[in-house]
Design a protein around this ligand. Structure first.
Ligand code: GRF
Length: 188
């Protein structure tokens, strides 16, 4: 089974997923696609010997280049691991129910455009939530609105800060995301 990953940032989830499947002969990480030329995820790909491709906004949205490229890679699952752009409609149509995303909050709360990274954890803190977590869901044409596949929770205490919340949420991501991917690929 083949996975294509999309990432825009640091790529700690990408690295975690690559490491989780590194000993598995049945699962291949084919490539990482990014929209940020200098994203730290590219350094991780170099170190992990994973192919990586950069797309600028025009090539990402105004051409079927992404669809053709991903089509050639022919993945069983497309995994967004910290990817900040909307997925083009033609890719969603070409890979129905095969694109998943991880969001660092308990959707439907704290989702939508602009709700990423510490913006999410700041809002959770300001609203005095007593819990937060992660949501893994299918991707549709709107940010963070596809069918939910899996959620995991952690408590938020009064002396938590957005950074301490982020650390707890990252721990959940690293524990749950590869297992959910594994289950989706080995069940299908
Ligand atoms: C993670 O918090 C993930 O939930 C969100 O983007 C972040 C990516 O972090 N979608 P990293 O680039 O994997 O470190």
């Amino acid at each position: 089974k083949r996975i294509v990953l999309f990432a825009s940032g640091s790529g700690s989830n990408v690295e975690n997923i690559v490491n989780y499947f590194s000993s598995r002969s049945d699962i291949e990480i084919a490539c990482v696609l990014t929209n940020k030329k200098n994203a730290a995820v590219l350094d991780r790909c170099d170190r992990l010997s994973i192919d990586a491709l950069y797309f600028n906004r025009r090539s990402f949205y105004n051409s079927d280049l992404v669809c053709k490229t991903v089509g050639v890679l022919n993945p069983d699952l497309i995994v967004l691991a910290g990817f900040l752009w909307k997925i083009p409609q033609n890719l969603i149509e070409t890979f129905p129910n095969k694109i998943i995303n991880i969001h660092p909050a308990l959707l439907p709360k704290y989702g939508g455009k602009g709700m990423y990274g510490n913006h999410v954890h700041k809002a959770v803190k300001e609203n005095r939530e007593t819990e937060t977590g992660i949501t893994i869901h299918y991707v549709n044409e709107n940010y963070d609105e596809g069918a939910i596949i899996h959620q995991a929770r952690t408590i938020v205490v009064s002396d938590d800060t957005p950074d301490t919340i982020a650390a707890k949420v990252h721990e959940l991501e690293y524990e749950h995301f590869p297992k959910v991917i594994d289950k989706l690929l080995t069940d299908s």
